[in-house]
Design a protein around this ligand. Structure first.
Ligand code: ADP
Ligand code: ASP
Ligand code: MG
Length: 433
């Protein structure tokens, strides 16, 4: 049975990191292996910045050209570091991909942003996988490079494409399964049946790995990270986060959906359906005990978990004529959210007020608040941090909120969410005993 590996940006951020992939892959060569790889380091952010420059009245101007040249230089540098004097043919293939990126940009620069985005940002993964496949083959690990745009078949909802599961399953099964060589492909990207590139949403490579595993009835998915596994809080933000060695699909979906950045929330569904376990391991300490996620729910409540979302906006919506914020009004407001493509991280209602908390994405929020402003009394506050706690005790909540105003709250039997002003929050958090 196939194993699916996923390597994120941090695990291939430079030549040294790419060198470290070989032993991890070689240790699993006794079974069929599909390897899903993200763009190198922060390449996707760099491509987004390049696109922003290109569209910001500066089309094809200096900002765009400079950023393109710098991305090209960083990829060529990795090729030189890995292959020294024998990098010429690889460097021309990388250059050809950069030329294609530039051509795509010129072709789509007047198209709607999401379409332009997908035709250009997909090159981050095409470039990284070209480098990694070359490295593995030269190391004697026989590797076939596959174009995920021909395997992950989606609709045309750019930047957040929906999967056509039956076409994807057919395409993947036709191309993959049971081989001796490693099959290496891109995370995050897919394609329409008409040949356009699409993307699955930021951080979507985890989801890509789950799609391959689901379609191939894989034995396991292993996500290689810069942390030993899944923790009960982001170890970069909480000084006493503890690793969760066992967790259920359902609990992990909750953590991811509420904003735990370690796994894309769409990853868990396809794995749960086929009872495929997900292992989260460290590429830095591969022998350290990992986190294993499967159907077993026994360990879900062993530790409370904390999730932070920064850069939040609070929207308090009231009627202009003192009438109730009842179902028809809530229905109307949520309909406007859907139309604007805005997701609410917290929703709460009372007789006179409907409360929402959203990520601060001005290009989506502005049309929404303009539309709400026209028909409701709207108050808006920025610079906020949303804390979500799973399985908290009352005293834990009290201590986590000490010294801070609670601007909004939502709670149910398992989860409490509280909204604070960011400038009242600590730089480093601590989960009280
Ligand atoms: P990749 O590029 O491999 O997908 P990410 O940077 O997206 O890696 O995810 C790894 C990071 O997720 C870690 O460095 C860590 O700071 C962060 N993180 C956030 N929440 C958690 C959590 N609950 N457990 C572990 N890591 C977390
Ligand atoms: N490269 C994409 C991103 O940075 C996808 C991923 O890494 O999962 O969002
Ligand atoms: Mg990620």
């Amino acid at each position: 049975m196939t194993t699916v590996f996923k390597f994120g940006g941090a695990s291939i951020k430079n030549a040294d990191a790419i060198r470290h992939l070989t032993p991890l892959i070689e240790a699993h060569r006794d079974r069929p292996l599909v390897v899903v790889v993200s763009a190198m380091g922060k390449t996707t952010n760099a491509l987004e910045a390049l696109l922003a420059d290109a569209r910001d009245g500066n089309r094809g101007g200096d900002g765009y050209q400079e950023r393109l040249a710098s991305l090209k230089a960083s990829h060529r540098e990795v090729a030189d570091a890995l292959f020294g004097g024998e990098a010429d043919s690889l460097k021309s293939r990388l250059d050809a991909l950069f030329d294609e990126l530039d051509e795509q940009h010129r072709h789509y620069r007047d198209s709607p942003y999401p379409e332009h985005y997908d035709q250009t940002v997909c090159y981050g993964e095409l470039l990284s996988t070209t480098l990694v496949a070359e490295w593995l083959n030269r190391q004697g690990v026989e590797t076939e490079w596959l174009d995920a745009r021909e395997l992950i078949i989606t609709d045309e909802q750019h930047q957040d494409a929906n999967l056509n599961w039956s076409a994807t399953t057919d395409a993947i099964r036709k191309r993959a399964g049971g081989e001796d060589r490693v099959l290496l492909t891109q995370g995050f990207i897919g394609g329409t049946s008409g040949g356009a590139s699409t993307t699955l949403g930021r951080e979507g490579s985890d989801f890509s790995a789950a799609i391959f595993a689901h379609c191939l009835d894989a034995a396991e998915v292993v996500i290689w990270k810069d942390v030993p596994g899944l923790f009960n809080a982001d170890p970069r933000r909480f000084d006493n986060a503890v690793q969760l060695k066992r967790l259920s699909y359902a609990e992990t979906i909750e953590l991811a959906w509420h904003g735990a950045k370690v796994i894309h929330p769409k990853t868990l569904g396809p794995l749960k359906q086929k009872a495929i376990p997900l292992t989260v391991r460290s590429f830095e300490t591969p022998d350290a005990p990992p986190s294993v996620i499967d159907a077993d729910t026994r360990f879900d409540t062993e530790h409370p978990s904390c999730i932070l979302r920064d850069d939040q906006v609070l929207l308090e919506v009231k009627s202009k004529d003192f009438s109730f914020m009842d179902e028809p009004r809530q229905h109307d407001i949520l309909g406007r959210l859907v139309e604007a493509g805005v997701h609410a991280n917290l929703i709460d209602g009372s007789a006179m007020q409907f409360t929402l908390c959203c990520d601060n994405k001005p290009e989506r929020l502005q049309p929404l608040t303009d539309s709400l402003d026209a028909d409701y009394a709207l108050e808006r506050q920025e610079g906020l941090t949303l804390l979500t706690v799973r399985h908290p005790s009352e005293s834990l909540l009290e201590r986590l909120s000490e010294g801070r105003d609670i601007l909004a709250e939502r709670r149910n039997a398992t989860t409490t969410q509280r909204l604070f002003r960011t400038d009242e929050c600590p730089e480093t958090w601590h989960i009280p005993d």
